[in-house]
Write a protein that binds this ligand. Structure first.
Ligand code: DP6
Length: 334
């Protein structure tokens, strides 16, 4: 057995959403996006191995290369090896620190951890510094991860992160705008359905341009991005919250009006959002929602209000997480 390279990469929740690409092959987003890194991780362990193909296991189960869950990571790994000139085959074991059955399909942490651990193994690097010495800066690794899954590039920094759309490969940049310690926000992910979504985000992105609302959305995003960043800078939830909700609902409206429509929100989601609005008004609760490409609701609130949010989620399944500090890399010698 060879040394094991271990990457732990967080997932993130977008405040300004990446929905629609300007170039699918290059994974260029149609607009800037902005996210909060979460304290929720995929850990991936990688070793060199002598088999004819990469071997991938998830949550202790070895997956055949044609298993739906294995196809995307394995195809991406081939792409990475070919483009960077690495020929060694890898033995990969990956797992999430959140339950598989909770409906959080995290391609951001998954593809991020795969990128980091594979590069570390191929270059025999046990830290970000060692990777940088070999030419792989954090920015370069994030750019590579983007080819695996766009949102993965934002997971390479802790705190609050912006992905600038750019207009050429050289202009694709991602950077931290505020560190994790900036503001103790929390994300309570209310799990209303744990089913696998019927349309993957990757397929959903393709439909964005068919929506009559998409061009209108792109025209307002720059201004909304500024306002979100400003509310973050001031740590002003009463300004940030309504912007998060407007943004999430607009993305879902674009989805719904795509041809064919893609509908991720169910009755349960709408019912829960109605309750949230009612309780917020009655109790003056400082708690707002955002949504991903799925039916689950992300409640964003300040840590100090945790107890006030409890009645809203009583009897429901949820994960409650804080702001994440970013990825980690280590190596266990044989
Ligand atoms: C709704 O990053 O999953 O979560 O680049 O095709 O892998 P691909 O898509 P992905 O899209 C994420 C969409 C989103 C919004 C966001 O995270 O910004």
């Amino acid at each position: 057995m060879t040394d094991t390279y271990i990457a732990k990469v967080p997932t993130n929740i977008a405040f300004l959403k990446y929905w629609g690409k300007s170039n699918e092959r290059e994974q260029w987003p149609a607009n800037d996006s902005l996210s909060m890194t979460l304290d929720l991780y995929t850990e991936t362990l990688v070793q060199v191995w002598e088999g004819p193909e990469h071997c991938f296991s998830f949550a202790g189960l070895e997956l055949p290369p044609d298993a739906p869950f294995a196809q995307k990571p394995l195809m991406y790994l081939d792409f990475l090896g070919k483009n960077l000139g690495f020929k060694e085959k890898l033995f990969i074991r990956s797992h999430n620190d959140f339950p598989a059955s909770c409906g959080i399909a995290s391609s951001a942490s998954g593809l991020g951890a795969l990128t980091l651990s594979a590069l570390a193994c191929w270059t025999r690097s046990d830290s970000f510094e060692a990777l940088e010495e070999k030419g792989y800066t954090r920015g370069a690794i994030a750019s590579l991860a983007r080819y695996g899954s766009g949102s993965a590039c934002r997971s390479f920094w802790g705190g609050f992160v912006r992905w600038y759309r750019g207009v050429s490969v050289d202009q694709q940049t991602v950077s931290q705008i505020f560190p994790a310690t900036h503001w103790a926000l929390r994300d309570r992910i209310v799990i209303l359905s744990a089913e696998r979504k019927s349309l993957s985000s990757t397929d959903g992105h393709k439909l964005a341009w068919t929506s009559p609302l998409f061009a209108k959305r792109l025209a307002v995003l720059e201004e909304r991005g500024k306002r979100i960043e400003d509310a973050l800078a001031r740590k002003d939830l009463s300004r940030l919250g309504p912007l998060l909700e407007e943004e999430a609902l607009e993305m879902h409206e674009v989805m719904k009006q795509s041809r064919p429509p893609c509908v991720y929100l169910g009755e349960d989601t709408h019912r829960f959002l109605d309750t949230l609005r009612k309780v917020r008004q009655q109790e003056h609760l400082a708690c707002y929602f955002t949504l991903d490409a799925g039916p689950n609701v992300h409640l964003i609130y300040e840590e100090k209000d945790s107890r006030n949010v409890d009645p809203l989620t009583k009897g429901l399944r949820y994960l409650d997480v804080g702001v994440g500090a970013g990825p980690q890399l280590s190596c266990k010698q044989r």
